[in-house]
Design a protein around this ligand. Structure first.
Ligand code: NAD
Length: 498
């Protein structure tokens, strides 16, 4: 059986005796093991990153960018292998894995522009013969902790820009599907990165806690569930680190009575069930305004869902694959059952999917639930499965109130033909990422990604312009070169420009 190790100081590292199985979620079988790093192994990675930092910090940004160009080419050349690894451990269908990888590569393209991004701000003559400028310097050793659902894309949100801005990096991927992440890091090494600049430690809470508490780590980026995000944020900041911790979601789509319903159905199918609903931007609640809109939506969705194909990653004609673990399959099914017990109606029931050839896979079929209310547990909590819940309200204001009252504020969308309604919605809704007839409004790499409320702890969003600020600190320098004969006397008053 293959054992997945670490990447420390440019070399494969197999230290440690704790390990856990990595499952193929389509077959339900443990096909690999992953090493779980000890505190000492993580400390070795921090030491390597610390040692690599001074030379990397002083490497001209254009040279760092050139490595990112090579890395981008290697990601493209090896895309098939990366997506195969994602399929084996996450269960994501090849076409969806290619989409994930492409969105990840766009962050590498952004990092290729780092000389431009680090140009800083300059003011001449802030006083007589005095100039002042701000520059953005790297932090040192920084760390990333990532979830299972995007094993290539979410790490690529973090380390390309962190490294391009001059930091050295330690990544702790999800222990449930670590191979694609490790392989991507090896490609960066192959692109010519000096040893120790990029390190990967696989592991669990032991590895995470070591990164959170070691004073040599200056900043932590986290993406995962909200309870862990909150823990990461409070622990990292209590240890004096800069932290951004992105959490879970419950993304609502408002379906207005004037919306193009054929379009809504097509969009909702992909946004609710794509990647088995295991996306933090998945649309899991459709709020229909008016009973007519709700009845039409439910009837059309029910019909369209008959065509959906769930199955293994290896068959590219499948629409989506299994969920990540047996425990998660049970959890998703449990939410469907709880909604039923709470009085909602299960319009399409995916609790017992029949996937030919994969009797032990962790599959859940696409599920549609109508008559959902705010009192239901299935509404209050993130399901993270292929489940779309329909709620019925009378007005757009009522729909917006629901969204604003929810503890999560990651993404949302409105389907309408009414520009005025859409404009009002985007201006007032208390959510970080908003779509207008766009169901998955994941910002492109040159904007930044982040939710509001309990979907993000910290101030700066992930990737894009916010990430340049997150991974650098501002230094402002004020300079004067006195010319001959210009001398000032002593002054004890606060310097001002009169
Ligand atoms: P998770 O919180 O279980 O795990 C995320 C990371 O935290 C993993 O690397 C894991 O090893 C580590 N971890 C888990 N428990 C820990 C503990 N007790 N102490 C320290 N570290 C711990 O999340 P997941 O199940 O891998 O991912 C799914 C979740 O991630 C969903 O809630 C989803 O919404 C969220 N997510 C959010 C975004 C976003 O951008 N907001 C993006 C992707 C996923």
């Amino acid at each position: 059986m293959i054992t997945i190790g670490h990447l420390i100081n440019g070399r494969s590292n197999m230290d440690g005796d704790r390990q856990q199985p990595v499952f193929n979620p389509a077959t339900g079988e443990a096909e690999k093991n992953v090493l779980l790093a000890s505190k000492a192994t993580v400390e070795d990675a921090i030491t390597a990153a610390q040692a690599a930092y001074p030379a990397w910090r002083d490497t001209p940004p254009i040279k760092r960018a050139r490595i990112m160009y090579k890395f981008k080419n290697l990601l493209e050349t090896n895309a098939e292998r990366i997506c195969q690894l994602i399929g084996e451990e996450h269960g994501k269908i090849f076409h969806d894995a290619m989409g994930e990888l492409q969105r990840g590569i766009e962050n590498v393209e952004y990092a290729c522009g780092v000389p431009e991004l680090l140009k800083g701000e300059h003011s001449r003559d802030v006083g007589p013969n005095i100039d002042s400028w701000s520059e953005f310097q790297p932090l040192g050793v920084v760390a990333g902790i990532t979830p299972f659902n995007f094993p290539a894309m979410v790490p690529l949100w973090m380390f390309p820009i962190a490294i391009a801005t001059g930091n050295t990096f330690i990544l702790k991927p999800s222990e449930r599907d670590p191979s694609a992440t490790l392989y991507v890091a090896q490609l960066l090494q192959e692109a010519g990165l000096p040893d120790g600049v990029m390190n990967v430690v696989n592991g669990d809470k032991v590895a995470v806690d070591t990164l959170l508490k070691d004073e040599r780590v200056k900043a932590v980026s986290f993406v995962g569930s909200t309870p862990i995000a909150e823990y990461i944020y409070s622990t990292a900041t209590a240890h004096g680190k800069r932290c951004q911790a992105l959490g879970g979601a419950k993304n609502h789509a408002i379906v207005m009575p004037d919306a193009d319903m054929e379009n809504v159905v097509n969009q909702l199918l992909g946004a609710a069930f794509g990647s088995s609903g295991e996306r933090c931007m998945a649309l899991s609640v459709a709020v229909a305004v008016g009973d007519d809109a709700a009845d039409t939506l439910v009837a059309k969705m029910k019909e369209a869902m008959k065509q959906l194909k769930v199955g293994a990653a290896t068959d590219n004609s499948n629409d989506f694959g299994p969920v990540i673990t047996r425990a998660h399959q049970d959890k998703v099914i449990g939410y469907i059952t709880s909604a039923e017990q709470d009085g909602a109606s299960i319009v399409v029931d995916g609790r017992h999917p029949n996937v030919a050839g994969y009797p032990n896979g962790f599959f859940v079929g696409a599920t549609l639930i109508d008559g959902v209310t705010t009192a239901m547990q299935s509404y209050q909590e993130e399901i993270f499965g292929p489940v779309l819940q329909v709620m019925r309200v009378a007005t757009m204001e009522e729909a917006m109130q629901l969204i604003n009252d929810h503890e999560y504020g990651n993404g949302t969308c409105i389907f309408t033909r009414d520009g005025e309604a859409a404009r009002y919605f985007s201006n007032h809704i208390q959510v970080g990422m908003v779509g207008i007839n766009i169901p998955l409004p994941v910002p492109v790499a040159y904007h930044s990604f982040g939710g509001w409320k309990r979907s993000l702890f910290g101030d700066l969003h992930a990737y894009g312009p916010d990430s340049v600020r997150f991974y650098t600190k501002r230094k402002t320098i004020t300079q004067r070169w006195p010319s001959a004969g210009v001398r000032e006397g002593v002054s004890f008053a606060m310097p001002t420009m009169k």
